[in-house]
Design a protein around this ligand. Structure first.
Ligand code: LRY
Length: 227
């Protein structure tokens, strides 16, 4: 079995928990995110998604599950592992899968997605997840050589509406059109939505906020009480 087959077999049908805290937040600390990841493992997660080189390195050391790593730089446009330099650093930090912006937008270093992936392949053993915002992105990312595509940027890149829940239609479209696995990601807030994403054809399902972001979860409850 190739490394790619092994990793994607172990993720098949399961839950990947995204463990991220945002700049300035109390939980923005590698030790804290690693503990959150360990707690997710105890609950049955099959993979971890993590942001930032320090978090990726510590999670790689302590958590024995495939890790999808990314490095966010900036807040808008292309900000998820935006350049080849960021992607190489994420692989170097220990992520088995490097997640990067997989949209068709211009990248800050001027490389195309295909050029970025070719360099990553030459210089690392990491697998590649292209975070996409539309079916056209996903098709272009497969063509460029991505090992899997995510629906991560649906609702954030201007091509798809930002729904309250997951973009099930996009998951279904991608699953029906591509041969690489589609990872459902983005606004999956309930177990029922996770199951629906899997039924729509997702190879695996990423949940972040609803499991690992207490500030947002708290605001859901305080908002309900304020009504
Ligand atoms: C758009 C963007 O920046 N997405 C980021 C990608 O890593 C994270 O902020 C999300 O938390 C992650 O995609 C999981 O999604 P959700 O937290 O909705 O379950």
């Amino acid at each position: 079995m190739t490394e790619s087959t092994t990793v994607f077999e172990s993720l098949r049908g399961g839950l990947i928990v995204s463990c991220q805290a945002y700049p300035g937040e109390p939980m923005r600390h590698a030790e804290t995110m690693t503990q959150v990841a360990e707690a997710a493992v105890a609950g049955g997660a099959v993979g971890i998604r993590a942001q930032g080189l320090a978090d990726i390195a510590l999670i790689h050391e302590r958590v024995r599950l495939p890790q999808i790593g990314l490095w966010k730089d900036g807040n808008d446009d292309v900000f998820i592992t935006p350049t080849l330099r960021h992607a190489l650093a994420v692989a170097e930090a220990g992520a088995e899968v490097v997640a990067l912006d997989g949209t068709r937008r211009r990248r800050p270093d001027g490389l195309t997605l295909a050029e970025t992936l070719t360099r990553l392949r030459t210089e690392t053993n990491a697998l590649i997840m292209a975070d996409c915002g539309s079916l056209d992105d996903a098709m272009a990312a497969e063509q460029a050589g991505a090992d899997c595509v995510g629906t991560t940027l649906s609702g954030y890149s201007g091509e798809r509406p930002k729904l309250d829940g997951p973009d099930l239609e996009l998951i279904e479209q991608i699953a029906g059109s591509l041969s690489v696995p589609v990872i459902a990601e983005g606004r999956i807030h309930t177990p029922a939505q996770a199951a629906a994403a899997k039924r729509a054809g997702a190879h695996a399902v990423v949940v972040g906020t609803a499991i690992t972001h207490p500030t947002t979860i708290t605001s859901w409850f305080t908002g309900a009480l304020a009504d």
